[in-house]
Design a protein around this ligand. Structure first.
Ligand code: COA
Length: 344
């Protein structure tokens, strides 16, 4: 390695997840509730998606409110004061505003006055992208800690007249605190991220950006709501999530059998089952909460991680795999050695 490309002293430090937190709004919307809104049935939703209910935020609640509560819980779990946070990344496709970024709003709400703040938009892969981004800031020595949040108020971009999409999503937030690893700690081992921008049209909100700014016409045409070609998305999701998982596992020098837990993006139980099957991973190793939260997009992995850590399933020393897929298309996988709590 030439001196110019050699890492400087203290650089390339590993990062560990030092705390987790999550939050979901109180209001539960069941499949039965949806039957009163669109032409659907509990049987159709459960058999196609595994979802039974989801949480829906009230009109006075913004994504930053969900994010801030998850963040407070993650900071408490990590024993880190808000005033000591150095970097905040919020992954979301339902930001409070087109700009400024939602991380700035969260900074103000939680009092993280020292942090710099950025938003990250990678749809349902957002949490994995955001953790990988923060990990690299820590690895490079730019910061010693980071607060990473995936948060969504998906209900604000759903077309409640479109039964093919409105039954699938919910609101929530998941957060983690990353810290530079102490000697001997391993934490995040590897990641594999990818994108295919040629397939943008299969999953998007068509209007409201610079291509099609909001007009009376775009509102009337319901173009500010999420649109999705479900069948196409399904196929691409399975293929790319499996490939990303295999790449991240191989980069870590591990086999699929070495992974203790897989936390897939909670898009759909059938997608999760297909991924587990293709990876050759038993269903018992999948952390699944899609039945209670639906698809919370960028929030889903953080939310599922927090639940599994707090109920004692994920234990110190175990290998955990995150894998996600979303609009863009974007996908990503990450392998971690869990560094906190009781030994597994
Ligand atoms: N209730 C009842 N019927 C519904 C319905 C609903 N909520 N939504 C769609 N249907 C109907 C369709 O109109 C269609 O009827 P038709 O055959 O008369 O035209 C029929 O059900 C089958 O629709 P189809 O889209 O073929 O269903 P599917 O088996 O592909 O399942 C999804 C639909 C959306 C559940 C599935 O495609 C999927 O999960 N895709 C991936 C979505 C996803 O996870 N996206 C996020 C990735 S990050």
């Amino acid at each position: 390695m030439s001196p110019a490309s050699a890492p400087r002293a203290g650089a390339l430090r590993p990062a560990v997840i030092a705390g987790t937190g999550s939050f979901a709004p109180e209001r539960v919307m069941t499949n039965q509730d949806l039957q009163a809104i669109v032409d659907t049935t509990d049987e159709w939703i459960v058999s196609r998606t595994g979802m039974k209910e989801r949480r829906i935020a009230g009109p006075g609640t913004a994504t930053s409110d969900l994010a801030s509560e998850a963040a407070r819980r993650a900071l408490a779990d990590a024993g880190l004061a808000a005033g000591d946070v150095e970097m905040i990344v919020v992954a979301t496709i339902t930001p409070d505003y087109p700009f400024p970024n939602t991380a700035c709003v969260v900074q103000d709400k939680i009092g993280a006055t020292k942090a710099f703040c950025m938003g990250l938009e990678a749809a349902c892969s957002g949490f994995v992208y955001a953790v990988e981004t923060a990990r690299n800031f820590i690895a490079a020595g730019a910061v010693t800690n980071a607060l990473v949040i995936g948060a969504e108020k998906m209900s604000s971009i759903l077309d409640w007249q479109d039964r093919a999409t409105c039954v699938l999503f919910g609101d929530g937030a998941g957060a983690v605190v990353l810290k530079a690893a102490a000697p001997g700690e391993r934490g995040i081992l590897t990641a594999s991220l990818g994108s295919d921008g040629s397939l943008t049209d299969l999953l998007l909100v068509p209007a409201g950006g610079s291509r099609k700014p909001a007009t009376g016409g775009t509102v009337a045409a319901r173009e500010h709501f999420l649109r999705m070609s479900g069948k196409e998305v399904f196929k691409h999701a399975v293929t790319n999530m499996v490939r990303a998982a295999q790449t991240a596992i191989a980069r870590a020098g591990l086999q699929v059998a070495d992974i203790d837990w897989i936390i897939p993006h909670q898009a759909n139980l059938r997608i999760i089952s297909a991924i587990a099957e293709r990876l050759g991973m038993p269903a018992e190793k999948c952390i699944v909460n899609v039945q209670t939260y639906g698809n919370t997009s960028g929030a889903s992995i953080g939310l599922a991680l927090d639940e599994a850590v707090r109920d004692g399933r994920i234990r110190k020393g175990q290998k955990v795999l995150f894998v996600a897929f979303g609009g863009g298309f974007t996908w990503g996988a990450m392998v971690l050695e869990w560094a906190k709590g009781a030994e597994g």
